[in-house]
Design a protein around this ligand. Sequence first.
Ligand code: XIL
Length: 314
Amino acid sequence: AATLREAASATGRFMGTAIADGRLNDPTYTNIASTEFSSVTAENVMKWESIQPNRDQYNFAGADRLMDFAAANGQQVWGHTLVWHSQLPGWVSNGGFGAEELDAIVQDHIGTVVGEYAGEIAYWDVVNEAFNEDGSLRQSVFLNTLGEGYIADAFRYADAADPSAKLCINDYNTEHTNAKSDAMYQLVSGLLAQGVPIDCVGFQMHLILDQYSASDIQSNLQRFADLGLEVVVTELDVRMDVPADQAKLDRQATQYADVVGACVAVDGCTGVTIWGFGDADSWVPDTFPGQGAALPWDDNYQPKPAYNGILEGF
Ligand code: XIL
């Protein structure tokens, strides 16, 4: 295949990337983004703090730029994200709202944002990062005020606003079999049993070099797919201690190939999205000091061994 997008398509899957709104004016960036990927996720512009920074004040400008980019390039859009404890504006997290009012705020947010793009967004991350590492539900204004029913309600509100969008729950450190993925499995099993409109489980897969088991990832994805849900790799990157060297970059290529291969081995795994494509734009160095080089293109947008790793994985 000549591109990642073609390689994924040959297996019936999509290949996605997060898009940094601030980079859409650079032709080097947009050339890769438009040709190599069939799915795009907003890295930040659809998050609550961006899209409803103040109560009842919605700002769709950045999201509209992403929609226009995707339409121009024949790409699907992955909506990210509706209910999340992070990048949540203070008026929500510190508003001191009671349950009835917060529920109305969540319903308005989801209804307005999902409704704005109804019929145009293929998938939504409805709830993001709801779990702690031990499998308990994460403390947040949503859990603390509304109880755990906030999760099912968020899916119901999203389904009401766009019955055609596929609705997902998304998290990190859930790619392997562990306490957190077991809790996710229990949660989504319960949602399905209650008839909650959930279609998919997103596995972020912010991975660390050399720390993975491809066979365990595959069997973990398979158990979710066996519930009848789509499973998707939503935010893949493979970070390493910097500086990178050839040996690390080669192992990184193998790791990308193995993770993509784990998805391809599972019928219900329908796509892979990487969290940006060029190391210059990656969130990793800002978030994990001393680590970087996590993506398939380098700081100068030249393909790294990981690029061929992804091609081989498909
Ligand atoms: C990150 C973005 O990449 C950064 O630009 C931003 O400053 C913080 O958020 N899990 C998620 C993503 O679901 O939304 C996060 O994105 C990375 C971790």
